[in-house]
Design a protein around this ligand. Sequence first.
Ligand SMILES: *Cc1c(COP(=O)(O)O)cnc(C)c1O
Length: 428
Amino acid sequence: MNPIKYQFSESFAAEMDAKDSLSHFRSRFYFPKVKGKEAIYFCGNSLGIQPKSVKDYLEKELNNWADLAVDGHFHGEDAWYHVRKKSKPALAAILGAQEHEVVAMNNLSVNLHLLMVSFYQPTKERKKIIVEAGAFPSDQYMLETQIKFHGLDPADVLVELSPRSGEFTLRTEDIIAEIQKQGDSLALVNMAGLQYYTGQLFDMKAITQAAHSVGALAGFDLAHAAGNAVLKLHDWDVDFATWCSYKYLNSGPGNVSGIYVHERFAERPDLPRFAGWWGHDEGERFKMEKGFVPMYGADGWQLANSNVLALAAHQASLDIFEEAGMENLRLKSEKLTGYLEFLIGEISGESGVLEIITPNNPAERGCQLSLLIHHGGKEVFDEWYNQGVVGDWRNPNVIRLAPTPLYNSYLDVFRFAKILEQSLKKFA
Ligand SMILES: *Cc1c(COP(=O)(O)O)cnc(C)c1O
């Protein structure tokens, strides 16, 4: 799969950077500093760094607001009334969807709820939801309260999948076996596409197929997958999904989420939904009349008019993704994360300090590696941070490192390895 013969040497890393056709994108981002020095930033899984172009995109809209005020909604090519359309081509490419299947709106947790309103319709017989154990807290709270909203008990509804004993991640065969076991009682599989804690990328195609084969739906939270893994939501037949734009999509803290709804639901006014005026038939919107008529496709789930300034920052980043191309990013990503994995293995090998729990098969992960810390606990993390490494610590004992292909280099990975080598002397 990955025929490179990696080496633990600065010249090797420099040579890999020299051969990297995406290396120039690095200079289009601002890197944060730790203790006055440019950080080794491996935290794009939590908050992507700022593209230098964001200021210009924002300034343009600030000027439009200053010069046009309310007329900005309908003025010229960039009329705010249609602003949601601008991000569709790039989002469609990132998600592997048709343009009408995606729309940028709200925030992720809000969208999880809105999608559940439409796609979780429990009946007496069919009410179960399969989710991975240890899902992100917001997803857990969402599921718990959605189930209670239907007057049901989460203990009777949720089927939480845990790895086999002694293993850290789920096997696809076990996920599928559970779907088949639940059969007619299963309403929905609602999992992460890429698990935030372990870094495992699930086989969304196989899971969706299995869910459909028992008459259930499949939806995914792509917070850690969007802009990280190559996605083909439409071809995989996934029913619905949502994501956020501030992690791998570098659109700024708390910036807009988006939803994907498969084409087969594009004209389903009968589906339950919580509507707002922005999801209503665009041509009739300003008639201000009674009777909700949803727009075609994902747009029909919009509630409120778009946050233009937020979308401007989002667009700055999406334009970079379009230029780089998801497939190219992924090719580099496998090599870059493979290099990190190689160096961690070389250096920490038998030390017993840490262990990688993310699958070693590139097809089952994105760029993130999750390290289970056996010795030293959070002190290991603090030591690395003091040396300029920005990763993140997740309780109880995991450090996540995400070398992103868009702005990280092989030299970043090498420099981290030198810091790891030093720190092991302390903790082994
Ligand atoms: C980051 C993340 C969230 C965050 O939700 P917001 O609504 O954007 O605050 C939710 N779910 C998952 C799986 C995440 O990784």
